[in-house]
Design a protein around this ligand. Structure first.
Ligand SMILES: Cc1cc2nc3c(=O)[nH]c(=O)nc-3n(C[C@H](O)[C@H](O)[C@H](O)COP(=O)(O)OP(=O)(O)OC[C@H]3O[C@@H](n4cnc5c(N)ncnc54)[C@H](O)[C@@H]3O)c2cc1C
Ligand code: SF4
Ligand code: SF4
Length: 405
C-alpha cells in the first residue's frame, strides 16, 4: 500500500538500503515500528498498526538524501566545489575535555561528552540521545536517552556495531524532554534533517535542538564483533561477557572485554580495525555512503591522529568542524566556561584519514559501478568528485622518512 510501512519495506529495507538509523521508528505517530534482529542486525519491522501517514518513508535516509537541498535548508547556502570536500563549515578545531576523567573516558578527546555535559548543565538541552551497551547483554549496543552527566559518561566512546539512536525520538518527547541533542553518524543526521526539512512530525522538528555528528568511515556488522570475540580472543560463549568496550583503556583505546570469571582480554585497536573489521565486516549499505564528516550536523567530531598536534599528549584529542550557528555557540560557550579547550586545525589535513578515502573516493566510485549493473543504490543528488589528488600523509616521522628513502 502506498504511503504505508509496506512501502518503506519494499523501497528501502528489502533492497538493502536501510542504514539502521532508527528515524522511522522514532517518528511513527502510531508507535507501530519496532525492531527485528536478523543475523543480529537491527531491521525495522511493523509491530503495531500502520496508520498509512507516510511519515516513515518521507524521513527515511536509506534510499534518498538530497544533500544540496538539505544543505541549503540547514546552512542557507550550498558549498562550493572544493577538494578536499568536507561539507560546509565555519571553523575547524582540535579539542578535548578539560576534565581529565571525561577526556580519558572519551573515544578521542572526550569532546562530544564534554560539550553535552556543558549543554545539559546550562539548560541548552534537557536530554541527549546517545549510544550505550545493553545491561542484560553487555556485548550488544542500544540507543539511550541520557539526562545527566553520569549517563553521558557511561555512554562515551565509539560503538562499532549499529545503534538505531533516532528510535528514541518519540519516547523522549513523550517523557517530557523538549530540547534534545542527538549524537549520530552521518546517516542518523540525514534522517533528522529530512524530518526538519519536511516539518514532519512538527513536535519532533522543534524538539531536536542540537545535532552532534561523528565522522564515519563505516559501521560494521555485529558478525565482525563476534569474529573478534570468538576467533581472535577465544571467548567461548558471549554469555560469559561482563562488559565490552571498543575503545577501552588508554587512548587510542582497544577492544577490551571483561569476563564474568574476572579475566580481562584485549585486542589492539589498529589490529582489529584495519585487519579485521574494515576489510571484512563493513556493512553493505555503508559501502554506498558518501558522507564521511557528518556534513549536515551542527558540529562534527572525529578522531585526531596527527602526530604533530598530538606530540606531548598522552591523552586523545578530537577534531571538530563547526558548521551551524548552534554548533558555534555550543563550542564557544563550552570553551568560555572551561569545559573544553581547543586549538585551530588546518581542515585539509583531515582528508589524509582513511575515512575520507573510503567515502569520497571508493564509495563514490562504487555507486557508479553499482548503477551500471542496475543494483539498488541510494541517491544523494550530488556528483561526488572522486578524482584522486595528492594528500598529505599523517605518518609518524620515522615512518615518513622510511617512505621517503
Ligand atoms: C561507527 C563509527 C565510525 C567512525 N569513523 C570515524 C572515522 O572514520 N574517522 C574519525 O576521525 N572518526 C570516526 N569516528 C568517530 C570517533 O570514533 C569518535 O566517536 C569521535 O572522535 C568522538 O570522540 P570523543 O572522544 O569526542 O567523543 P566521546 O566523548 O567518546 O562521545 C562519543 C559519543 O558518540 C556516541 N556514539 C558512540 N558510538 C555511536 C554510534 N555507533 N552511533 C551513534 N552514536 C554513537 C556516544 O554515545 C557518545 O555520546 C567513528 C565513530 C563511529 C561510532
Ligand atoms: S528510517 Fe533509517 S532505520 Fe528506518 S528504514 Fe530508513 S534507513 Fe532504515
Ligand atoms: S557509513 Fe554512512 S550509512 Fe554507514 S553508518 Fe556511517 S554514516 Fe551511516
Amino acid at each position: 500500500m502506498k504511503g504505508s510501512f509496506t512501502e518503506l519495506q519494499n523501497r528501502v529495507i528489502q533492497r538493502g538500503l536501510c542504514t539502521a538509523c532508527g528515524t522511522c521508528a522514532g517518528v511513527c505517530p502510531a508507535g507501530a515500528i519496532g525492531w527485528a534482529y536478523v543475523d543480529d542486525e537491527p531491521l525495522p519491522e511493523l509491530t503495531g498498526e500502520c496508520a498509512g501517514c507516510n511519515i516513515c518513508t518521507t524521513v527515511c535516509p536509506g534510499e534518498e538524501v538530497n544533500l544540496p537541498a538539505l544543505e541549503q535548508f540547514v546552512f542557507g547556502r550550498v558549498r562550493e566545489e572544493q577538494i578536499p570536500d568536507l561539507g560546509f563549515y565555519r571553523e575547524a578545531r582540535v579539542g578535548w575535555a578539560t576534565d581529565r576523567v571525561t577526556r580519558q573516558l572519551g573515544a578521542s578527546g572526550g569532546l562530544v561528552t564534554a560539550l553535552l555535559i556543558y549543554a545539559l548543565e546550562k539548560g541548552i538541552i534537557d536530554g541527549a540521545l546517545v549510544a550505550g551497551f545493553r545491561q542484560d547483554l553487555p556485548w550488544r549496543t542500544e540507543a539511550r536517552l541520557a539526562v545527566n552527566g553520569e549517563q553521558l559518561l557511561a555512554a562515551a566512546r565509539s560503538k562499532y556495531a549499529c545503534v538505531p539512536v533516532n528510535t528514541l525520538l518519540n519516547q523522549a518527547l513523550e517523557q517530557g524532554y523538549r530540547r534534545l541533542a542527538v549524537v549520530g553518524l552521518p546517516c542518523h543526521i540525514h534522517g533528522l534533517r529530512k524530518m526538519q526539512f519536511y516539518g514532519q512530525p512538527a513536535s519532533l522538528t522543534r524538539g531536536v535542538v542540537l545535532m552532534v555528528g561523528l565522522f564515519c568511515a563505516s559501521q560494521f556488522y555485529f558478525e565482525g564483533t563476534r569474529h573478534l570475540l570468538v576467533e581472535r580472543l577465544g571467548v567461548d560463549r558471549l554469555e560469559d561477557i561482563a562488559s565490552l568496550s571498543y575503545r577501552g583503556g588508554d587512548w587510542p583505546g582497544h577492544l577490551v572485554v571483561e569476563l564474568k570469571d574476572g579475566r580481562r582480554l584485549l585486542l589492539d585497536r589498529h589490529e582489529y580495525m584495519y585487519h579485521h573489521l574494515m576489510p571484512a565486516f563493513k556493512r553493505d549499505r555503508c559501502e554506498m555512503c558518501v558522507d564521511w564528516a557528518a556534513e549536515l550536523a551542527d558540529l562534527s567530531v572525529g578522531d585526531y591522529w596527527d602526530p604533530q598536534v598530538r606530540a606531548g599528549h598522552a591523552l586523545g584529542t578530537s577534531s571538530c568542524l563547526v558548521r551551524s550557528p548552534a554548533g558555534e555557540e555550543l563550542l564557544d560557550g563550552a570553551v568560555k566556561n572551561g569545559y573544553v579547550e581547543t586549538i585551530p586545525l588546518e581542515a585539509a589535513r583531515l582528508a589524509a584519514g582513511i575515512g575520507y578515502e573510503l567515502k569520497k573516493h571508493a564509495a563514490a566510485f562504487r555507486l557508479r559501478q553499482r548503477r551500471r549493473f542496475g543494483w539498488p543504490v541510494p541517491e544523494y543528488h550530488r556528483q561526488t568528485n572522486y578524482t584522486p589528488f595528492a594528500r598529505e600523509l599523517h605518518l609518524a616521522p620515522e615512518t615518513k622518512s622510511d617512505v621517503e628513502k
